[in-house]
Design a binder for this molecule. Structure first.
Ligand SMILES: [Cu+2]
Length: 68
């Protein structure tokens, strides 16, 4: 069963940032699809139920961005 989570991402300023956040989230086991919007400052993640919000937030933080 897959779920969708919307995360706010602060600090992205260009497409490289978008790629960094996308790659960080896609690297998590159980993540199926990631769509990051630079304009909206958010990331939409389609993932297995086992992927926790904490894990997704940690991935974004480790990539160098803030999340709410
Ligand atoms: Cu950038």
């Amino acid at each position: 069963m897959s779920e969708k989570t919307l995360l706010k991402v602060e600090g992205m300023s260009c497409q490289h940032c978008v790629s960094a956040v996308t790659n960080a989230l896609e690297a998590l086991p159980g993540v199926k699809k990631v769509k990051v919007s630079l304009e909206k400052g958010e990331a939409k993640v389609k993932h297995e139920a086992e992927v926790t919000l904490e894990a997704m937030k940690a991935a974004i933080t480790e990539a160098g961005f803030n999340t709410l």
